[in-house]
Design a protein around this ligand. Structure first.
Ligand SMILES: [Zn+2]
Length: 150
């Protein structure tokens, strides 16, 4: 972990996995199929150590996000491209942008737009992944609602 002091909400977020950790690649897409991408998750989502994050903040609640946090390099587009997503930000100093399909509206992923906030990682909505059992996922709750960005 870094030795800089971070607010509670930020330090609760996971960091990038070790290079030699177990991993699995999943196919993912938005609902209409305009965007398709491969996601490499480490650990694999059915690994006993795997967790997905469910946050209670205003946007996560509405979009139904269930997050993992792969590095950008673990998300590979096979149809469409990242810069073809529509994006959404809110608040006076947004740290991340939310990316969704402009045709079907599926909320696919986030990326940092603040050079001091989780640069290089893609908070990714596992609801877009194929062949996963949502009911079997281990959910970790994040109290984003109580987190006030500085
Ligand atoms: Zn779509």
């Amino acid at each position: 972990m870094s030795d800089t002091t971070k607010p509670e909400g930020e330090s609760a977020l996971p960091t990038a996995p070790d290079a030699d950790a177990p991993k699995k690649t999943y196919k993912a897409s938005c609902h209409c199929g305009a965007f398709a991408y491969n996601v490499t998750a480490s650990p694999p989502l059915d690994d006993p150590k795997a967790e997905v994050i469910q946050c209670n903040c205003s946007i996560c609640t509405r979009n139904g996000y269930l997050f993992i946090y792969p590095p950008n390099s673990s998300v590979e587009f096979t149809k469409g491209a990242f810069d073809e997503f529509k994006s959404y930000t809110f608040g006076p100093k947004p740290k991340v942008a939310h990316y969704f399909c402009g045709a079907c509206g599926a909320s696919c992923m986030l990326r940092s737009i603040d050079p001091n906030f989780f640069v290089g990682m893609t908070p990714l909505n596992v609801r877009m992944l194929e062949d996963i059992d949502l009911r079997a996922l281990k959910i970790k709750h994040l109290d984003g609602k109580s987190y006030t960005p500085s």
